[in-house]
Write a new protein. Structure first.
Length: 365
């Protein structure tokens, strides 16, 4: 095994087993200097890992869980880095989970879900290389070369080229543009099941559509069954469903769902869209369990390569989770395993060393 391949695999295991900031020095220490700090840093900067590299590394595992009923799930996440210097990668992004712009890393992921397993199959780091002066504030700002909706379409093309099997594309309302829905239906020949904002317009009959008579979806006379109609700006018939649910604080929430699979009933729409939650779990894992933001690297290339390795580490953690019948958070602590219980009473440095040494045995046992 060449040295870069060895570091590649060790770095992934290091992210799977680490509980704090991951450093080249820390990995070298665990390996008793067999691989130096400089070798790790050179590895992280020797090439730019891409979404195509991710596919090469997960393809065999994806083929094992693949099915015609698989779904592709799109979502982005922002990892705040308020104290880091701004650059093309670390910039200001709108975070819809908090409703404001934050400084950090914006990662768009495509997760493949099938047979109760979820794996990342593509990603896009949202960079902002274009600098411009805001006319109103006179401040220098940054913007991307492409929109996230354009990135979604590019990823779908790659998934088709990779001959990945799927039936539905799932995403929240941020990705339910007319262009995306039309592309999935016309070019991909697939189904979409997306969330819609309440102000979107729909015609209930083809005649209404031709006459330009559209209504806001939150003003429709809703019943138990999905509503058939035409969204403004799109020629294909769709179905809409209003799902009412309870929030954690006891308040009522409403979710509007749209699909071009007009044979679905409300139960099927809700059950399929529920799979979108797996991407939220994935984002929680990559932030909490595999060190998305825990790299001290300052160069954009090494930062982005660290994120790439975090994606692969999360994929490995998901595979172990399925194999061992544990949640990824349960697997991370290995509290149910005797060796894990023993390691937890050891000093911190020895815990990490023990996890690294025992991981291959634990995976194969």
């Amino acid at each position: 095994m060449n040295k870069n391949k060895q570091i590649f695999e060790l770095y992934i295991d290091y992210l799977v087993t680490s509980f704090s900031y991951t450093t080249a020095t820390g990995l070298s220490y665990l390996l008793d200097g067999e691989i130096s700090h400089d070798q790790v840093t050179r590895f992280l900067s020797h090439k730019q890992f891409s979404s195509a590299d991710l596919w090469k590394n997960v393809k065999d595992d994806v083929r094992k869980i693949e099915s015609d009923d698989g779904v592709l799930i799109f979502d982005d996440t922002v990892q705040e880095k308020p104290y880091s210097s701004e650059n093309e990668l670390i910039s200001w992004h709108f975070d819809h989970t908090v409703g404001r712009a934050v400084k950090g890393i914006n990662l768009l992921n495509c997760i493949y879900h099938s047979n109760e397993a979820s794996l990342p199959v593509a990603f896009k780091l949202i960079t902002k290389p274009i600098q411009y002066s805001d006319i109103k504030t006179k401040k220098v700002k940054r913007k991307s070369n492409t929109t996230k909706n354009e990135d979604l379409i590019s990823i779908l093309k790659a998934c088709k080229q990779n001959q990945l099997k799927w039936r539905y594309v799932l995403a929240d309302s941020w990705f339910s543009s007319i262009d995306n829905m039309r592309f999935i239906d016309k070019k991909m020949k697939k189904y979409f099941l997306l969330a819609l904002k309440s102000n979107r317009l729909i015609a209930l009959t083809k005649e209404d559509k031709l006459q330009g008579r559209f209504q806001r979806i939150d003003e429709l006379d809703w019943s138990e069954a999905p509503i058939c109609g035409w969204v403004k700006g799109m020629d294909i018939p769709i179905i809409l469903h209003r799902q009412i649910f309870k929030n954690k604080d006891g308040s009522e929430g409403i979710l509007y769902l749209i699909s071009n699979d007009i044979e679905l009933d409300k139960e099927s729409m809700e059950a399929i869209y529920q799979k979108r939650w797996t991407v939220e779990v994935f984002h929680k894992n990559i932030k909490s369990n595999t060190g998305l933001a825990k790299s001290p690297a300052k160069k954009e290339k090494t930062q982005s390569n660290h994120i790439f390795m975090s994606l692969l580490a999360t994929a490995k953690l998901e595979g172990l989770s399925v194999k061992k019948g544990l949640t990824t958070f349960g697997l991370k602590t290995v509290t149910t395993h005797p060796i894990g219980q023993y390691l937890q009473i050891m000093p911190f440095e020895l815990q990490l060393e023990g996890y690294v040494l025992c991981l291959p045995w634990f995976v194969n046992s």
